[in-house]
Design a protein around this ligand. Sequence first.
Ligand code: NAP
Ligand code: 3JN
Length: 339
Amino acid sequence: MTNFTKKSAYNVAIAGATGAVGETFLQILEERNFPIKNLKLLASARSVGKKLKFKGNEYTVEELTHDSFKDVDIALFSAGGSRSLEFAPSAAKAGALVIDNSSAFRMDRDVPLVVPEVNPQDAFKHNGIIANPNCTTIIMVVALKPLHDYSKIKRVVVSSYQSASGAGAKAMEELMKQTRDWAAGKELKVENFAHQLLFNVIPHIDKFTENGYTKEEMKMFNETRKIMGDDTIKVSATCVRVPVLSAHSEAVTVETEKEISVEKAKELFASAKGLQIIDNPDKNEYPMPLFVAGKDDCYVGRIRKDISAENSLSFWVVGDQLRKGAALNAIQIAELFIK
Ligand code: NAP
Ligand code: 3JN
């Protein structure tokens, strides 16, 4: 464990400040009045000189280099895995506490993988770098944790409905442009996804691996085990891109050691941190991405007994993946150290 010195305000750097997650970092740091002394905004050479606003002031973007982290206390990384691999060790060496949003270090044994509602204690075992889990995994484990604490989870089968912004700012713009171009009768351009996303769903997120699952699906398998601290949990995921702008939805079926009734599940979800229930089928009320986008909590609904298996429960969970799935979770990790 590396020491972190508490102060009244911190020098904070954001690597990837111009991206979809970077922009969300700025919004949330401002909303939560995070104690910032100096703020450093870092991105690629393409963005040098660009101005970004924080608390009414303009900040100029600088290039991310190995020398960017002198006197930085907290470095929030969301510039992609290869930038994290290259620059996060330099930031940690310079004394910063790195909270990394990429998959670069997530499965390293000496790097904690933390969701504050699930395993806050792990954060304090860091050696300079703490990993923020994959967004789809974070949203799912926030809902799994209260069930697992009541009765051990044996198996999870999950299908995700992931929004365009999960693939970054350009991908979100592509969906909006396809919508405008379709309305104008123009030809649609496809650059950020394997296929046209408008009027479509694409069962393919990240690269395919040898076992037929994609890397996104395998992240859900491996990261769930590490965060929950239980290597026996089995997860089978199918990750799907849908033409939604923000917030990821997931249809989850959970097999547990002992039975969890619907009433008990609702009671467990209701007392869980970071989780809200919307489950009134009579009134057509259930969580949807259009409502959840921009919210901090994850929302669970459609809670029911799985009629196809014993001790099995099905539910639907939705979370804003740029917030709880990325920037908010990382800031909540930082808050574990400053409070
Ligand atoms: P994005 O909108 O495409 O933004 C990428 C950011 O990385 C931009 O600030 C970009 O700077 C910067 N960058 C790219 N190449 C760089 C380089 N060579 N040197 C320095 N900075 C560079 O992507 P995003 O959605 O914000 O996601 C960023 C990362 O966060 C992802 O790769 C992933 O690991 C993680 N993440 C994303 C989500 C999500 O929902 N989007 C969720 C969880 C985790 P320029 O503007 O200068 O190119
Ligand atoms: O596609 C999504 O909805 C989530 C994307 C996450 C992502 C995108 C590019 C690289 C990740 C991630 O957080 O797992 C990574 C990565 O760092 O591997």
